[in-house]
Design a protein around this ligand. Structure first.
Ligand code: F6P
Length: 324
């Protein structure tokens, strides 16, 4: 089948670098003689038909910007048969021959569900700060989120040092500890708590107290959102009660999703975007593009959103040894 027009959407939590991926898709496709239809507000816009044809100029000046020029949404309606039927009506009406979805787990699940009922090709571009998508070592936005978290940890360390305090920093990641692990390692955290690993509060308290006894007067503990020991406030409270340390909490929240993407994310997004278009031209379908050990890889949409990507426990061990 010849592909004349590709639809593209960004969906779910925005991630720095989504714009760079969009730019790559639009420009790579146009230079290969394919039209691009931009679908606004993710699957919402696919259902309502909020679509405009994109030209080279429509993606000018967005490479270095966070957020997404196409806007995003978390669309519950798309989880229903009715929602997907409306989406197919739009795709047919707009003469879209193939779809590229840019997003994380929810976006990929949506693409997987759509691929069962729409007979045209879909390719996913993995983009989420959480990095929790199976089939790629890194997702677009993750490097920027880690960089932002590390900058924040460095700042908190200064004030922790000045007041001889222990800071508990909550980073994003929903049910995944990738941001916490890498920012904790890069920030020299004395503790890293992840949803993937059972929290041992006794161990953490002992470590913090021993540090004090050795003359270490401040500490930083990075806690992943979704950590199961009761959340960052509860953990800080318990540690304070058990150790008597002066504890403070800082929740980084959505600051990790905004701002300019790092060069690494821009490069990754540019490559992933071009790979997605090339994959469609090569006849691929029902897959995400990804990068494993620096090499291009394709993984089925279904595996990408249903398989659990493992966390590197070796890195956690290293962070524990170094952050004493
Ligand atoms: O998936 C990206 C993410 O930022 C998660 O880390 C976080 O749990 C979630 O989105 C927050 O979602 P929302 O912006 O809808 O509150």
């Amino acid at each position: 089948m010849t592909i004349q027009r590709i639809g593209v959407l960004t969906s779910g939590g925005d991630a720095p670098g989504m714009n760079a991926a969009l730019r790559a898709i639009v420009r790579f496709a146009i230079q290969h003689g394919v039209e691009v239809a931009g679908i606004r507000r993710g699957y919402d816009g696919l259902q309502t038909g909020d679509i405009a044809v994109m030209d080279m100029g429509s993606v000018s000046g967005i490479l270095h910007r966070g957020g997404t020029a196409l806007k995003s949404s978390r669309c519950l309606g798309f989880k229903t048969d009715e929602g997907r039927r409306k989406a197919i009506d739009t795709l047919e009406r707009e003469r879209i021959d193939a779809l590229i979805t840019i997003g994380g787990n929810g976006t990929t699940s949506g693409a997987d569900a759509l691929s069962l009922v729409w007979d045209k090709p879909i390719i996913g571009v993995p983009s989420t700060i959480d990095n929790d998508l199976y089939g790629t070592d890194f997702t677009i936005g993750f490097d920027t989120a880690v960089t932002i978290a590390v900058e924040a940890i460095d700042r908190l360390r200064d004030t922790a040092e000045a007041h001889e305090r222990t800071f508990f920093v909550e980073v994003m990641g929903r049910d995944a500890g990738f941001i916490a692990l890498l920012s904790g390692l890069a920030g020299g955290a004395e503790g890293i708590l992840l949803p993937e690993v059972e929290c041992d509060l006794d161990d953490l308290c002992e470590k913090l107290v021993k540090g004090r006894q050795r003359g270490k007067m401040s500490s930083v503990v990075v806690v992943a959102e979704g950590e199961e020991a009761g959340g960052v406030f509860e953990i800080a409270k318990k540690v304070k009660e058990r150790t008597g340390l002066d504890a403070r909490v800082c929740v980084l929240g959505h600051t990790q999703r905004g701002g300019s993407p790092t060069a690494t994310d821009r490069i990754r997004a540019s490559r992933f975007g071009a790979w997605a278009v090339q994959a469609l031209l090569d006849g691929e379908r029902g897959k995400i593009v990804g990068e494993i050990k620096g090499e291009q890889r394709f993984t089925s949409l279904h595996d990408a959103c249903t398989q659990k990507k493992p966390i590197d426990l070796g890195l956690l061990e290293l962070a524990k040894i170094l952050g004493t």
